[in-house]
Design a protein around this ligand. Structure first.
Ligand code: GLN
Length: 533
């Protein structure tokens, strides 16, 4: 029988619910249980794919091509499991499915309502995750904070699950804030009491509280919370602010949150295998070198827009005992002719141009790529970063001055990057990119082959445009190597410049597969080159 852990949030958003859910999953996995994770996002968008990264942060892509909330990236990095379409459910997805069923006639005769139709659909998504993953324990995070209008149907569905499955099969973790008040210099429990009351008004009694506070709350606060919220004292867990997020699972482990959950589930408390994670923390806390890497993008005002890229850089840094300081460069600022690129990149040991959409800031990114190429600075391009590296090379080496992409210039005479042929008839923007895993065959003797040491790789994608193979011979003649290709479609997946110290770019997104204890091969070699190793 699958067991279910639900993670809700109260008082304010941004308390690190996703990290809490991931940490719990990691601890349960470390005790030998098969875990699966899922996030419910109460907004009406079917998925975050059409949202502006400045509002929502990065869109994380699963291997099976689901565009998801960035929290799924945390989940995968913490539990090192590949998640899928059942892992990110939005209100939009739920409503769409119910309305489609209604039109199809599935509810013939019934008045379609929030309860039971919407709530049944939500419950099915929870149960489906358990069935399809075969997990012992499914951990589901509910986005937003308790009391939001949008999340009410989700909370109601969870109440029904708690009733149906019983408390030996369900465990509710409520993440909340314990603010510190300056002047009286004390921690306050009232907001938590109120938020637990909101939850109980909706029929759910939390089994544990995870209290975000600047320091350990101490016995008397815990007793007070226990009394007012009907939660055993030992189930009041501190979540203090940390510099290194990888410490959070260990902080929870010390407070036995996993044991508390397993006890309630009547599951054996097997020995936890956490040595690898403790080693990671030691590594992260004792890095002796540091280097700067420039990340040139147009959403840099919100670092979360590039969270997996930033994490992947750091992971590779851990391997080389090096702290990565990211120089966040707004690509638009590079377009101004007065901007001194030498000054901006003066301390950078590597330059990375990540993915992106639309024409804003494009010329600035091309300038950064040119700078990296001409000054022999290690370069890594991702998706749009690869497309622009090809355009830069065509313009400045192959002398095709008007080389561009039909994404920015639909009528350009030299479309080095063009819409994929199967994209030409697509009218809907949502969910129609080339998404998820596609195979790529690597060419022997190239940097890509050396990095992966494999003939064939599977990587995750999210794009609509591709390299136009009509220009391949020309670019090859001038020294560009096409080292990765999807053989079925002839789509170019990786390009590199062997004469350069380290210049490589991929059409896919390697950042999604990087793990703190297993850096991705392309990030590994990029950081290695940037460290001069
Ligand atoms: N905008 C480009 C495309 O659609 C690149 C996408 C990306 O960088 N994720 O092909």
């Amino acid at each position: 029988m699958t067991k279910y852990v639900f993670v809700t949030g109260g008082v304010v958003s941004g308390l690190g619910k996703g990290i809490t859910a991931s940490s719990i999953a990691l601890l349960l996995k470390s005790r030998g249980y098969k875990v699966f994770m899922q996030k419910f996002d109460p907004y009406i968008n079917v998925d975050p794919g059409t949202m502006n990264p400045i509002q929502h942060g990065e869109v994380f892509v699963t291997y099976d091509g689901c565009e998801t909330d960035l929290d799924l990236g945390h989940y995968e990095r913490f539990i090192d499991e590949e998640l899928n379409f059942t892992s990110n459910i939005t209100s939009g997805k739920i409503y769409k499915s119910v309305i489609d069923k209604e039109r199809h006639g599935d509810y013939l005769g019934a008045t379609v309502q929030m309860v039971p139709h919407i709530t049944n659909e939500i419950k099915n998504k929870v149960y489906e995750a358990g069935i399809t993953s075969g997990a012992d324990i499914v951990i589901t995070e509910i986005g937003g904070t308790v009391g939001d209008i949008e999340s009410q149907s989700f909370i109601e569905a969870l109440r029904q699950i708690q009733y149906e499955k019983g408390s030996e099969n369900t465990f509710f973790v409520h993440c909340t804030l314990i603010p510190f008040i300056y002047g009286s210099n004390e921690l306050k429990t009232k907001p938590t009491q109120n938020s637990v009351r909101d939850l109980r008004n909706m029929g759910i009694r939390p089994d544990a509280l995870v209290c975000r506070a600047p320091y350990d709350t101490g016995e008397s606060i815990k007793k007070k919370l226990s009394l007012f919220c009907s939660v055993p004292v030992e189930n009041v867990i501190d979540s203090i602010d940390v510099l290194n997020i990888y410490e959070i699972p260990i902080n929870y482990y010390k407070q036995k949150i996993d044991e508390i959950i397993l006890k309630q589930f009547n599951l054996p408390i097997k020995k936890a295998n956490l040595d690898y994670w403790k080693n990671l923390i030691n590594t992260v806390n004792s890095l002796t070198n540091e280097i700067e890497i420039s990340l040139v993008g147009k959403y840099v005002e919100l670092h979360d827009a590039y969270i997996s890229v930033a994490e992947a850089l750091r992971h590779a840094g851990y391997k080389y005992n090096t702290k990565i300081n990211i120089n966040w460069v707004d690509s638009e600022t590079l377009e101004d002719s007065k901007t001194n690129l030498k000054e901006i990149f003066k301390n950078s040991k590597g330059i990375l141009v990540p993915g992106g959409f639309g024409s804003r800031g494009i010329e600035g990114k091309i300038k950064a790529i040119k700078y990296a190429r001409e000054n022999n600075i290690p370069f890594l391009g991702i998706c749009l970063g690869m497309q622009l590296a090809v355009i830069e090379f065509a313009r400045n080496i192959c002398n095709i001055k008007d080389a561009s992409s039909t994404e920015f210039n639909p009528t350009c005479t030299n479309p080095i990057i063009d819409l994929m042929s199967d994209q030409k008839s697509i009218v809907n923007m949502g969910g129609t990119l080339r998404l998820g895993n596609y195979e790529c065959t690597l060419k022997k003797g190239t940097l890509a082959y050396k990095d992966y040491n494999q003939d064939k790789i599977l990587e995750r994608h999210r794009h609509r445009y591709e390299f136009n193979n009509e220009y391949k011979d020309l670019l090859e003649k001038e020294g560009m190597v096409f080292s990765g290709i999807n053989e079925k479609t002839n789509l170019i997946e990786i390009i590199e410049l062997p004469k350069h110290k380290h210049f490589i770019a991929s059409q896919f997104h390697p950042e999604f597969k990087s793990r703190p204890t297993k850096p991705h091969p392309l990030f590994d070699s990029f950081i290695k080159a940037s460290c001069n190793k």
